[in-house]
Design a protein around this ligand. Structure first.
Ligand code: ADP
Length: 497
């Protein structure tokens, strides 16, 4: 009797495994943090063997915790930190270098050169991405350039490249399957999101031999079976998606125009745009959401650099709160921000402003301003920044957003979500299960292994923990947004070039 779907959630700071029952409820969780390696300023690496060993350990742990057996597991869904790059020897399975993590900026100069050489348009058109060290292509190039003999070995067909999903699939299948899914492939800067294949022009431009690249498969479908010698069971790997896309799926944003925001350290907004990739030049990126049932769905993605990080700053920098959760209590001590605006442009501002020279400001301070106003204004800035990205998505697609689904650490804050609803003028849904990333991977797998017949059946699982509805007038909203924009104008171009 099958009972559970196993989601492997390989994140940036920890490997997790969640067992879900068919109704989408969590039965068990295993989690292990692992070391972040910082070889130099701005560089970030992980040990690929640690990624693998922690992931396999938490899978066993999650099952042991409920005294379950592998026979009770339908299959495995994988979701992962995106763009992180691993190159390994196909014969030995040994990585030739550490995983270069998405955050790593080591290829920043190289990316500047690519922009200077006029590659931006080609890359945007083919991949939907902006040229940035985030994406895998320049990281692969770096490994092939810096590990002795790597380029030659790659050309001989001895090396494999993969994002973390591919690395896990390879290891779970005992080296039999070298594959990835369309959502992860779309983050490499080598994948043509229109033809849905590795782009010949780009792979030859980056001198990456085709033999290194994994086979690209739909996000829901059988990728392979786990090796008995590894898990002690032969289980199908039935779903794979990058973390943000998996969260979009886990939030049941299956239809065009459905949107989710993850309020983490930064914020990640993804809007399902259906089977149409909207190509933009306004700072949003176009990405594959998932491949499912013979179709490919696309998403627009926008991010806010400083989201929950602004709350950390209240706690650790200003020390006006003791914990992130306290921000709600302090903010609720005053009815509004008393005319104070905080623009947390700590690292410049992203979409729609795109100003790396913007810096944070607190403005509108009077003799009546208290720390409560500043806490409240900081919290409100998360909502204003989110609204800016949503408006940009609406303008780009002509799609009118009717509702926002939320998750991530700061989505626990009721005052924030209530204000978010007021500022957007639409309802905000906080789901009962906020483990949307793992849930998305489980659902993708569940569809492939027959645990669910359709996405409609999955939608029936969705439970809302709380719905926030807008309670302010249009005038109130317009006036507040106008004030926010005035504050942002003053934060722009502050740090001299
Ligand atoms: P990440 O995955 O980026 O590490 P999380 O989703 O775990 O982020 O969220 C952590 C962030 O959420 C932190 O920046 C923290 O300041 C913020 N946060 C957590 N709880 C709250 C809360 N109740 N109110 C506001 N912010 C919060």
């Amino acid at each position: 009797m099958k009972k559970y779907i196993m989601a492997l959630d390989q994140g940036t700071t920890s490997s997790r495994c969640i067992l879900f029952d068919k109704s989408g409820k969590i039965a068990s969780v295993g989690q292990r943090e692992f070391a972040q390696i910082f070889p130099q300023e701005g560089w970030v690496e992980h040990d690929p063997m640690t990624i693998w060993s922690t992931q396999i350990a938490v899978a066993a742990e999650a099952l042991l915790r409920i005294g379950g057996s592998w026979d009770e597991v339908y299959g495995i869904g994988i979701t992962n930190q995106r763009e992180t790059t691993i190159v390994w020897d196909k014969k030995t399975g040994q990585p030739i270098y550490n995983a270069i993590v998405w955050q790593c900026r080591r290829t920043a100069k190289y990316c500047e050169q690519l922009v200077h050489d006029g590659m931006e348009e080609t890359i945007k058109e083919k991949t939907g991405l902006l040229i940035d060290p985030y994406f895998s292509a320049t990281k692969i190039r770096w490994i092939l350039d810096h590990v002795e003999g790597a380029q030659e070995r790659a050309e001989k067909g001895e090396l494999a490249f993969g994002t973390v999903d591919s690395w896990l699939i390879w290891n779970l299948t005992g080296g039999r399957v070298h594959a990835t899914d369309v959502s992860n492939a779309s983050r490499t800067m080598l994948f043509n999101i229109h033809t849905l294949s590795w782009d010949d022009e780009l792979i030859s431009f980056f001198r990456i031999p085709r033999s290194m690249l994994p086979e690209v498969l739909p996000s829901s479908g059988i990728f392979g079976y786990t090796d008995r010698n590894i898990l002690g069971a032969q289980l199908p790997i039935g779903g794979v998606a990058g973390d943000q896309q998996a969260a979009l799926f886990g939030q049941c944003c299956f239809s065009e125009g459905e949107l989710k925001n993850t309020y983490g350290t930064g914020a990640f907004l993804l809007m399902n745009t259906g089977e149409k990739p909207y190509m933009t030049t306004n700072g949003l990126i176009t990405t594959v959401a998932w491949g499912l049932g013979g179709k490919t769905y696309y998403a627009l993605e926008g991010s806010v650099f400083t989201c929950g990080a602004a709350i950390q700053w209240l706690r650790d920098g200003l020390r006006v709160i003791d914990s992130a959760a306290d921000s709600e209590y302090y903010a609720s001590k005053v009815p509004d921000s008393g005319g104070v605006m905080v623009v947390p442009a700590f690292q410049g501002l992203g979409a729609p402003w795109w100003d790396p020279y913007a810096r944070g400001i607190i403005i509108g301070i009077t003799r009546a301003t208290t720390k409560y106003h500043i806490v409240r204004a900081t919290l409100e800035s998360l909502a204003y920044q989110t609204a800016d990205v949503i408006r940009l998505m609406e303008n780009t697609t002509g799609i009118c957003v009717r509702q926002l689904k939320v998750d991530g650490g700061a989505s626990a804050n009721n005052l924030l979500l209530s204000f978010q609803s007021d500022i957007l003028g639409i309802p905000i849904e906080r789901p009962a299960c906020v483990e949307t990333t793992a849930l998305g991977a489980a659902y993708l797998c569940g569809l492939a292994v027959g645990a669910y017949d359709s996405v409609d059946q999955i939608r029936e699982n969705r439970a809302i923990e709380r719905l926030f509805t807008p309670g302010q007038t249009d005038e109130w909203r317009d006036q507040h947004i106008k004030e926010w924009r005035r504050a942002v104008e003053r934060a722009l171009v502050w740090k001299e070039n």
